[in-house]
Write a protein that binds this ligand. Structure first.
Ligand SMILES: NC(=O)c1ccc[n+]([C@@H]2O[C@H](COP(=O)([O-])OP(=O)(O)OC[C@H]3O[C@@H](n4cnc5c(N)ncnc54)[C@H](OP(=O)(O)O)[C@@H]3O)[C@@H](O)[C@H]2O)c1
Length: 327
């Protein structure tokens, strides 16, 4: 693990950095880089709703084409499915001028799945902060940062890793810890944890637990409190203390239920499913499905979001949150 003062923003001094996109990650990262004293600008499409925000934040805004011509270091801060077309349209034309250029990603998917096969003249790196964008900015403003993963895919100029570490320092990851990885490891582990645990697994488990209580005749409000509302309390405990620390903090009855029932629910069959999901990620099947759905206008995602809206848990939880707002 690396952290300040072993790493600093020095390798980026005098380099022009541009972030293509100003959303969840783009805005917090751009603001942190600016506050770290670096030369940073934003590249946005014509008609972008983010233009006025970036300008109000004191950042120069260019068209993506101009931004890539201007910059030495170009970061993709847009949805992963949009990156291949942006690379072709904005970055490739700029590479022709023979200036040493670098492209950076906040997630490894485009490189790991070969959606982007970068020009060999480009340095290619990954800086993946281990937090949502809001956390990246809030922690930075509080004088801290979030951990980050750094990787290099290709390095024609010999200094791509130094640049990546400087970028990680610039967004605040150097204040807490930077870990070296590969594009492939970051991508596969990140997708896997999102699918089986953090997003897919947790949502499915919460819904199944809620449905089980309601089917057994319990009230929707109490079921939503127990199965969804309290997830944050346990999530915070797990984050701060780990599984063993959580177990010492909960009541004896909760602890006994935890250690005697948890693995009956997440049994060998669930572990088999997890291995199958991992295999789909590693074979490229998941990336191919994601790309096909995005190209078709995301019908699978839209149908699932619609079903979630209609589920009694969503309706109950919305009602619950309004009812318990402090006066
Ligand atoms: N979200 C997270 O918490 C998180 C965490 C870690 C890593 N990451 C990674 O960070 C990267 C950015 O994700 P994000 O969630 O920050 O994205 P995002 O908020 O959805 O990005 C929005 C920005 O991307 C621009 N954009 C969208 N489609 C575009 C296109 N076709 N061409 C040009 N610009 C386009 C939008 O431009 P307009 O203003 O014109 O609409 C907007 O400024 C991804 O690689 C993601 O995997 C995200």
């Amino acid at each position: 693990m690396l952290r300040e003062p072993d790493i600093s923003t020095e390798a980026l001094t005098g380099r022009r950095i541009v972030l293509l996109g100003y959303g969840n990650q783009g805005r917090p990262q751009a603001l942190n880089l600016k506050d770290s004293g670096l030369d940073v600008a934003v590249g946005l499409r014509e008609g972008s709703g983010q233009c006025s925000q970036a300008t109000a934040d004191g950042l120069p805004v260019f068209s993506p084409e101009e931004a890539c011509q201007w910059a030495d270091v170009i970061l993709f801060m847009m949805p992963d499915e949009a990156i291949p077309a942006a690379y072709e349209a904005y970055v490739l034309p700029a590479v022709a001028d023979e200036k040493a250029r670098y492209i950076g990603f906040a997630h490894g998917l485009c490189i790991a799945s070969s959606w982007v096969v970068p020009d060999p003249r480009l340095g290619v790196f990954l800086v993946a902060p281990k937090a949502q964008g809001r956390g990246v900015r809030d922690k930075f403003l509080a004088g801290s940062g979030v951990p980050g993963l750094v990787a290099v895919h290709q390095d024609p100029s010999g200094d791509t890793e130094a640049l990546a570490l400087a970028y990680a320092a610039g967004i605040g990851c150097g204040r807490v810890g930077v870990f070296k990885t590969t594009f492939r490891e970051e991508t596969e582990c990140d997708l896997f944890s999102e699918q089986v645990l953090l997003c897919g697994g947790l949502s499915a488990m919460i819904t199944a637990a809620f449905d089980t209580l309601v089917e057994a005749g319990y009230s929707e409000e109490v079921a939503a409190f127990e199965c969804l509302y309290e997830v944050k309390l346990l999530g915070d405990l797990l984050h701060e203390r780990g599984i063993d620390g959580m177990r010492t903090a909960i009541s004896p009855a909760a602890r006994f239920g935890d250690v005697t029932r948890g693995e009956r629910v997440i049994d060998g069959h669930v572990r088999e499913n997890m291995r199958a999901v991992l295999a789909e990620i590693r074979s490229g099947q998941f990336a191919a499905e994601l790309k096909a759905d995005a190209e078709a206008g995301s019908p699978k995602v839209a149908a699932a979001l619609e079903a979630t809206q209609q589920h009694p848990l969503t309706q109950t939880y919305r009602r619950l949150l309004t009812m318990i707002q402090p006066k």
